[in-house]
Design a protein around this ligand. Structure first.
Ligand code: GLA
Length: 390
């Protein structure tokens, strides 16, 4: 694949790349929609991701090409004109990263060529956008020898989502993609950014990723709406509670004060965030104690809460997760990522993978009318430089 990408680079740009980097995608084991409420998340990087190659130019032109969107051709922009442009489609993600990096690093004073090839299925909630953001930043870091701190780039990725793309997302995706570690998940406290690596060892069980194959629509606006509802709930609670984020309180305190929230929907949204935060801590304890049954039950409870309180699942994700939960050999299943479409994960005994795929496929096709997809991938390292010739 890298050889082919190298020769595509030469075809597109008539020169050789000097930098080659990779950034993974991610799954989130549990801790959904907690990262913009100051709660815990428990994600892991996966071996699907985005490969990129780059070379410096002598002029001020930036050329971007993605093998996933060949119909877009080469997107050409000037280093000094990096504002969002809807017609640039996918290329806005790298453009946003370049814009914010350049604001901080005047060393970025020449144009460059970038090519990308992603192995994450599009719109699958496995973070293809954070993956392309981080691989872009890591290549620029090498091209201009910026000696960037990973956390600084992680924050720039989030800034791109929030201020450039208009999605008010939290920091989970960029964090795990930047700092992931092979065979480990990260337990991240999004209030403090303290984190620990936790061995993602499931013994005879594996994580199966199940893709709804549903085209996402309006995900960004629904996502922003959920975040706004949490903020409204927080500001109602602040009338009597001295807190800065919803996850500052536990469920017991929430139940005592939830009457302050003057909208029934906002009560449900806040309850999900706070309960999910508690489940994430319990799931971490269960995994550490090797209690996979308990871990699986918490996955199921997470899905239920995302379905009824947070209302971000939908019939496709519910069919995948709830069917999987009934299969012999499955300890738990839930949607992963933002929701609405995309993927669910199941913790399944390795001897039951076939059965899971068969049962889920049959029922999903009956109900939804087309087939889901399944992936079994290793938990991998975060972004990395593959080669750098100066
Ligand atoms: C998306 C966002 C993350 C997080 C999840 C939901 O992936 O980018 O910041 O909020 O949704 O947990």
């Amino acid at each position: 694949m890298l050889q082919q990408l190298n020769s595509d680079f030469e075809t597109q740009f008539q020169t050789q790349p000097t930098v080659n980097a990779f950034a993974p995608g991610r799954i989130n084991l549990i801790g959904e929609h907690t990262d913009y409420n100051g709660g815990y998340v428990f994600p892991a990087a996966i071996e699907l991701g985005t490969y990129g190659m780059a070379s410096l130019r002598t002029d001020q032109t930036i050329q971007l090409y993605s093998k996933n969107f060949p119909e877009q051709g080469i997107v050409k922009v000037n280093l000094n004109q990096l504002d969002f442009d809807a017609s640039h489609d996918w290329a806005n993600y790298p453009k946003g990263v370049i814009k914010y990096l350049k604001e901080q690093y005047p060393e970025i004073n020449r144009g460059f060529n970038l090519i990308f090839e992603g192995t994450i299925p599009n719109g699958a909630s496995l973070s293809s956008s954070a993956s392309i953001e981080l691989v872009t930043g890591w290549m620029i870091n090498a091209l201009f020898e910026l000696e960037l701190d990973k956390l600084a780039l992680i924050k720039i990725g989030q800034q791109v989502e929030n201020n450039y793309m208009g999605v008010n997302s939290g920091i989970m995706d960029q964090f795990i993609i930047g700092l992931g570690k092979e065979e480990h998940a990260i337990l991240l406290d999004t209030a403090t950014l303290d984190y620990t690596y936790v061995p993602a060892r499931f013994g005879d069980y594996v994580i199966s990723i199940m893709n709804t194959n549903k085209r996402r629509s309006l995900t960004e606006s629904k996502y922003n709406e959920r975040r706004a509802q949490c903020e409204e709930a927080l500001s109602d609670l602040q009338q009597q509670l001295n807190i800065t984020q919803l996850c500052d309180i536990d469920l017991k305190t929430f139940d005592q004060y939830s009457h302050l929230i003057n909208d029934d929907i906002n009560i449900k949204r806040a309850r999900h965030a706070i309960a999910e935060n508690e489940r994430t801590k319990l799931a971490h304890a269960a995994l550490t104690e090797n209690d996979l049954h308990r871990f699986g039950q918490l996955l199921n409870a997470s899905h239920q809460s995302l379905k009824s309180d947070y209302e971000v699942t939908g019939i496709e994700l519910d069919t995948l997760a709830e069917t999987a939960q009934q299969v012999d050999g499955v300890l738990g299943a839930r949607m992963t990522g933002a929701g609405f479409a995309g993927c669910a994960i199941a913790l399944v005994h390795k001897d039951s993978i076939k059965q899971l795929e068969q049962e889920v496929s049959t029922i999903y096709q009956e109900k939804i009318g087309y087939a889901p997809a399944f992936y079994h991938v290793r938990i991998s390292d975060g972004m990395k430089l593959i080669t750098h010739n100066s």
